[in-house]
Design a protein around this ligand. Structure first.
Ligand SMILES: Cc1cc2nc3c(=O)[nH]c(=O)nc-3n(C[C@H](O)[C@H](O)[C@H](O)COP(=O)(O)OP(=O)(O)OC[C@H]3O[C@@H](n4cnc5c(N)ncnc54)[C@H](O)[C@@H]3O)c2cc1C
Length: 353
């Protein structure tokens, strides 16, 4: 008898697995690499929404939990995951500069917005209106995390590289049977794969496709991340991630020519050195209408749960929300209404009628 089956080993599945292993639960994780959001992610943790200069949802609280979480994974997996990386917002007008200063008066934002503007950060990224520096930002190497965490799960005999086949699931009141396994509960951490999940696809997960270009720019020598019309993030060895796009209509997984054209147009608007495109990657963010995660118990089946809807901020949201879900299941702690999927119960009922 397993305690839990987890479907998905992206940022959500890993955070859920860690919460359960910390409680000595016996788990089995399935993943078929059908979704790539966590793998292609920029991995940036940044508490500030740089378009509007507002605090991302609960980001100040999530930041400490996330750093402690990735720090403990660094030790456990014996790898380096977190890199502190400065982010500079390139201003496009005086008005944007003024908005930056006004934002400092908003709750919690003064901690993250540097009051001293910087006139220049790199000769190849000029700005007539200076740059604002965001404090306490960095990047988590999500691709390495996913690879090493899978290897760890295999080592402890808790991983199946396989598609979870819903046809083979039998739900028997307080437990489930899946193929040869019996489990007390199943937690779906399937990202945009939720669309194929017959138990949770009533939830309003929209999905938002994001594409990055990887460029090589030998003259640039940029060691900080810059947010202009798009982000440019240093990867080392003269390589940079440029993006990402936000597309609500295209739900295909492959990189597109339109995405490339869009990113090149934006990049050419602020970068003035030679570069070549060496790669292009894409993934679908599990995004929701109300920009809040989708967490909690199925409306009817006691043993089925989901932990999803991290949108464009899985690095920060994942560790906090996953541990809240496990505390809810194991210690009967109440889930906050804003993340509990109970808020969409009516959609489930409408689906049945
Ligand atoms: C281009 C881009 C850039 C981003 N940049 C950032 C960033 O800088 N910072 C940040 O915080 N966030 C970023 N994000 C968002 C972040 O990637 C997501 O919030 C996060 O990865 C979601 O994690 P998840 O585990 O819920 O979903 P996913 O990563 O999609 O994981 C779901 C997993 O479930 C598996 N799965 C699904 N169905 C099945 C099934 N039936 N059987 C077996 N396995 C299954 C999939 O293979 C997948 O591994 C970005 C996203 C994109 C697309």
């Amino acid at each position: 008898m397993l305690d839990y089956i987890i479907v998905g080993a992206g940022l959500s599945g890993i955070a859920v697995a860690e919460s359960l292993l910390a409680r000595d639960k016996k788990i089995l994780v399935f993943d078929d690499k059908s979704q790539a959001s966590s793998t292609v992610a920029g991995g940036i943790y940044n508490p500030v929404i740089l378009k509007r200069f507002t605090l991302a949802w609960n980001a100040n609280e999530q930041l400490d939990t996330a750093l402690t979480f990735y720090n403990s994974l660094e030790k456990k997996l014996d790898i380096s995951l977190i890199q502190s990386l400065s982010i500079y917002r390139r201003f496009h007008s005086i008005e944007e500069q003024n908005n930056w200063f006004s934002a400092m008066d908003k709750p919690y934002l003064s901690r993250f917005l540097d009051e001293k503007l910087v006139a220049s950060i790199n000769p190849h990224i000029p700005s007539s209106y200076s740059f604002g520096h965001v404090n306490e930002t960095g990047v988590v190497n999500t691709e390495l995390l996913l690879e090493k965490y899978r290897a760890y799960l295999i080592e402890i005999d808790s991983f199946q590289e396989d598609t979870f086949d819903f046809q083979k699931l039998e739900i028997n009141g307080d437990h489930c049977i899946y193929k040869n396994w019996k489990a007390r509960k199943i937690i779906f951490c399937d990202g945009f794969g939720l669309k194929n999940n017959p138990y949770f696809n009533y939830l309003p997960l929209n999905g938002n496709k994001g594409e990055y270009l990887i460029i090589k720019a030998e003259d640039l020598k940029l060691e900080v991340a810059v947010k202009s019309s798009v982000f440019i993030i240093p990867l080392g060895e003269d390589l940079y991630k440029v993006g990402a796009t936000y597309n609500n209509w295209d739900k295909t997984k492959e990189p597109t020519q339109d995405g490339k054209n869009y990113l090149l147009e934006k990049l050419n608007g602020f970068l003035n050195c030679d570069f070549e495109v060496v790669d292009q990657i894409a993934g679908i963010r599990p995004a929701t209408n109300d920009r809040k995660p989708l967490v909690g118990k199925h409306p009817v089946h006691e043993s089925l749960y989901c932990c999803n809807g991290f949108g464009s901020r899985g690095v920060l949201i994942g560790p906090t929300v996953a541990s809240q879900l496990i505390a809810h299941i194991e210690d009967a702690e109440i889930l906050s209404e804003e993340i509990d999927i109970e808020r969409f119960k009516k959609l489930y009922q409408a689906d049945l009628s």
